[in-house]
Design a protein around this ligand. Structure first.
Ligand code: AMP
Ligand code: MG
Length: 396
C-alpha cells in the first residue's frame, strides 16, 4: 500500500495553476497573490518628520547660541517647502521636511516665543527625519507572489497606493456526500438515518484554504443517482471531494462511478490511520479526492491532502500545514504499518491524545487542537517522547 509521503507527492504533482484575476484591495484578504507587488514609488515618498519640533539645517547651528527666525510651518499634509539658510520651520509629525533642512530638533529641546527659536541641543544630520525610500526603495519587491494575503500585507499595499491586486482565482470545490443513511441536520428522517455532518465541516475547511466550496448532500448509494451527482460535481468543481462510499463494501460505488465518467485513478488506499480508503483521481485539470465517510477520517484526510491541494491550485508557495514538536504525556501503542494521525490536545510544549480515537468519532477533531503524527514503523511511542504535531491553527 502507498505510504503517506508517496500519496501526498502524487496529489501535489503537476497541479494546474489557477487563472488570475484583479481584485480590489478591499477584497484581497485571504487571496493568494499571483503577481509580486513592487514599490512603484518609494515608501515614504518624501522625507518627513518623526517628531513635533523644528526643521533645521545643522550647519546653521554650529554656534550653540544661534537664534533662528521661525518662517513657516510644515504639518502632515503640507506641501513640501524650502528652508532658506539661517531660518527654521515649525514641523509636526508626518510633516514634509523642507529641502535645505537635514534634521528635526524636538520641541522639548527648543526655546521659542513663536517668532524665534533657540536650540538647547546640537542636532546631528538625519536626526528625527524619516528618509524617502527608507522603508521601501523605488522598484523594490514589497510582497512576493504565492503568499496568502493577511491584514498587514493588504495594509502595506494600501501604503504603496495600490488599489487592486492580481490574485489567483479561487478553485471551485464540489463537496459531494453520499450515503442512504444521511439526512440534513435538524430534519426528520427514518429510524437509522443520521445527520449529514461532513459536508459543512469540509466546505468550511475548503473555504479556509481559499476555495469556493459548494456542497451536495446525500444522493443515496444507488448507482444512477450517484452517477448523476458525481457528473454534476465534476462539471462544477475544479476539485471534487466525495465523501463516503470509497471503502470496499458492496455499497461503495463512488470509485467505479468516477472511473465510468472518465476519471483516471491515481491511487486508492493509503497506509494511514484514519483514512485508509482514501482515493485520488484526475480528469483533465480537475482533481478528485474520495474521502471515507467517518467524520474523523474525512476531516483528517481533507486536512492532510485536500487543503494542500487547494492551496497549490492557487499557486501558494507553502501548502503544507505547519508542523511542530511536542512532548507526549502518555504512551501511544499501535499496530505498525500505517502512519497514524491521532487527535490530541496540545498545551504549551505537551500533547495528550484524546481518549476516543475512533474514525467515526465526531468529537475527535472538535475536541482536539492538534494531530499527533506517529510513524508507521513504530508500535510504541513512550510517554515523554517528542512527537511531531500538526496544530489545527495551521489549517485555517
Ligand atoms: P462510508 O465511508 O460510506 O463507508 O461511511 C463510513 C461511516 O461514516 C458510516 O458510519 C457512515 O454512516 C458515516 N458517514 C458517511 N458519510 C457521512 C456524512 N456525510 N456525515 C456523517 N457521517 C457519514
Ligand atoms: Mg456509505
Amino acid at each position: 500500500m502507498l505510504d503517506f509521503d508517496a500519496a501526498l507527492a502524487l496529489v501535489l504533482d503537476d497541479v494546474p495553476r489557477a487563472a488570475r484575476e484583479r481584485v480590489a484591495l478591499t477584497r484581497a484578504a485571504g487571496r493568494v497573490l499571483a503577481e509580486s507587488v513592487m514599490a512603484k514609488r518609494p515608501l515614504p515618498e518624501f522625507d518627513y518628520s518623526a517628531m513635533d519640533g523644528y526643521a533645521v539645517s545643522c550647519s546653521d547651528l554650529a554656534d550653540p547660541d544661534a537664534v533662528l527666525p521661525i518662517v513657516g510651518t510644515s504639518a502632515a499634509g503640507s506641501a513640501p517647502a524650502r528652508l532658506e539658510p539661517g531660518t527654521t520651520l515649525r514641523i509636526f509629525t508626518g510633516g514634509p521636511v523642507p529641502s535645505g533642512a537635514d534634521a528635526v530638533v524636538m520641541q522639548e529641546n527648543v526655546d521659542s516665543d513663536g517668532q524665534r527659536a533657540r536650540f538647547l541641543e546640537h542636532p546631528t544630520p538625519g536626526q528625527h527625519v524619516r528618509k524617502r525610500g527608507e522603508d521601501l526603495e523605488l522598484g523594490q519587491e514589497a510582497l512576493r507572489r504565492g503568499i496568502r494575503l493577511n491584514a498587514f500585507q493588504v495594509g502595506l499595499c494600501a501604503s504603496l497606493d495600490t488599489a487592486e491586486l492580481v490574485v489567483a482565482k479561487q478553485p471551485s470545490v464540489s463537496v459531494l456526500c453520499t450515503g442512504d443513511e444521511l439526512r440534513l441536520p435538524g430534519s426528520a428522517g427514518p429510524p437509522g438515518s443520521i445527520p449529514e455532518s461532513n459536508g459543512i465541516a469540509l466546505a468550511l475547511m475548503a473555504r479556509a484554504a481559499g476555495g469556493r466550496p459548494h456542497t451536495t448532500v446525500s444522493t443515496g448509494d444507488e448507482v444512477d443517482a450517484t452517477r448523476a451527482a458525481v457528473q454534476n460535481a465534476l462539471e462544477l468543481g475544479d476539485v471534487v471531494v466525495t465523501v463516503g462510499g470509497v471503502s470496499v463494501g458492496d455499497r461503495d460505488i463512488v470509485k467505479s462511478t468516477l472511473e465510468s465518467l472518465g476519471v483516471t485513478t491515481v491511487f486508492h488506499k493509503v497506509a494511514i490511520k484514519p483514512g485508509k480508503p482514501l482515493y485520488f483521481g484526475k480528469l483533465g485539470k480537475k482533481r478528485v479526492l474520495g474521502l471515507p465517510g467517518n467524520p474523523s477520517s474525512a476531516q483528517v484526510t481533507f486536512a492532510l491532502f485536500g487543503l494542500p491541494l487547494i492551496r497549490a491550485l492557487q499557486g501558494m508557495r507553502e501548502v503544507l500545514p505547519r508542523r511542530t514538536h511536542a512532548q507526549l504525556t502518555q504512551a501511544i501503542h499501535q499496530k505498525p504499518g500505517r502512519r497514524t494521525f491521532q487527535r490530541g490536545m496540545l498545551n504549551g510544549d505537551e500533547v495528550t491524545p484524546l481518549d476516543n480515537q475512533a474514525s467515526g468519532a465526531s468529537t475527535g477533531m472538535a475536541w482536539g487542537n492538534a494531530l499527533i503524527v506517529v510513524s508507521e514503523h513504530t508500535s510504541l511511542c513512550e510517554a515523554g517522547a517528542r512527537v511531531e504535531v500538526i496544530p489545527f491553527e495551521a489549517l485555517w
